[in-house]
Design a protein around this ligand. Structure first.
Ligand code: CMP
Length: 138
């Protein structure tokens, strides 16, 4: 069993596709073991995306991520990290496979509806960034 962090980004929440995203997680046996809605401030978004701080898109990305509420979840399942990345599709929606969340809903490389951890180490950091142990269902 593996855990991964999922974020439904401000564009996904604003467009009313929280339910659609969650449906795709559930039908793929990714179990939600923690969930909350919150609005990030700049410091929270910058800390979350600190690995990207030298990238040209960093300021725009953190502005976008603070532009509205997000839904943050912890997903659990077999190979959850890889499985969720397959369900999301490529970061750039133009390269995403048919039937993926980003192929179906993303409008922009930045406004790409969802985020998912990319490795076990990243998942551990990202999960503990948003959730304490009392908020994680065991
Ligand atoms: P995410 O999976 O959350 O990880 C970093 C985010 O930066 C990415 O999704 C996009 O929202 C955003 N981003 C914007 N421009 C780029 C880019 N050129 N390459 C990768 N990520 C980008």
């Amino acid at each position: 069993m593996e855990r991964t962090l999922s974020i439904i980004k401000p564009d996904g929440v604003a467009r009313g596709i929280i339910g659609e995203v969650i449906k795709r997680l559930e039908i793929n046996n990714l179990k939600i073991v923690a969930m909350k809605m919150l609005k990030m401030d700049t410091a929270l978004a910058q800390g979350f995306y600190a690995v990207h701080k030298e990238r040209p898109f960093f300021d725009s990305l953190t502005d976008f991520m603070t532009s509205g509420p997000v839904v943050v979840m912890v997903l659990e399942g077999e190979n959850a990290i890889t499985k969720y990345r397959e369900i999301m599709g490529a970061t750039d929606y133009r390269e995403a496979a048919e039937g993926t969340i980003r192929k179906d809903f993303a409008t922009d490389i930045e406004k790409n509806v969802v985020h998912g951890s990319d490795s076990p180490e990243t998942a551990a950091f990202e999960i503990s960034y948003f959730f304490n142990r009392f908020e994680l269902i065991v």
